[in-house]
Design a protein around this ligand. Sequence first.
Ligand SMILES: [Zn+2]
Length: 229
Amino acid sequence: MRERAPDVWQIWGYAPGFGRAAGNLINAYLVEDVLIDAATRHSGKRILRELRGREVEAHAITHAHPDHQGASHEICEALGVPFWCPEGDVEAAEDPKLIRERQPNHPIARFYTRIFTGPGHKVDRALKEGDEVGGFKVVETPGHSAGHVVFWRESDGVLIIGDVLTNMDQLTGRPGLHEPKPYLTPDPAENRRSVKKLAALEPELVLFGHGRPLREPRKFVDFIEALPD
Ligand SMILES: [Zn+2]
């Protein structure tokens, strides 16, 4: 894993076999002693290996989608840590059948749900606006999922943005800022409103669920301001 800011480590979350070429495709983060996101159900061993020797006290997710909760159950069981999930996604995190039902009815969504979704896991804490997680504040950003949240550390302007925006095209893997694909986003209009809300933060560093870190506050704000209201 690689340190991206003080007490913030990025973990490559993608499946074995792809090696470093797959860096940034699906990301997870260790912030202080909290693991944020857990990639796919094929990623458990890899993430656990990366966490070896580190202190982990809890596991939180930005949203209950297959490439973020996939290894959550395996990791919580292996480390004996509590599972924290945004309030609006608690039911889906506990019962992954709802993850599929809440996705748009599109072949790509069905495919990715089938290959990535992990088992459900009992949620120990429902995250709400203003909660503190590993030195970050929870900001509610619904749209890409019912309960999606981001994590914001104002002191040095670090934003863990989940999938409110991606920094690569999720189909081609090409780098660049994008809104998440509409066929993987139950409510794109609501997600757009969440995106708009984040511009005001002017983050120094944005850490994405998909894509490499962005240290260009102007680029982030310009991209958002260019989106229609
Ligand atoms: Zn995702």
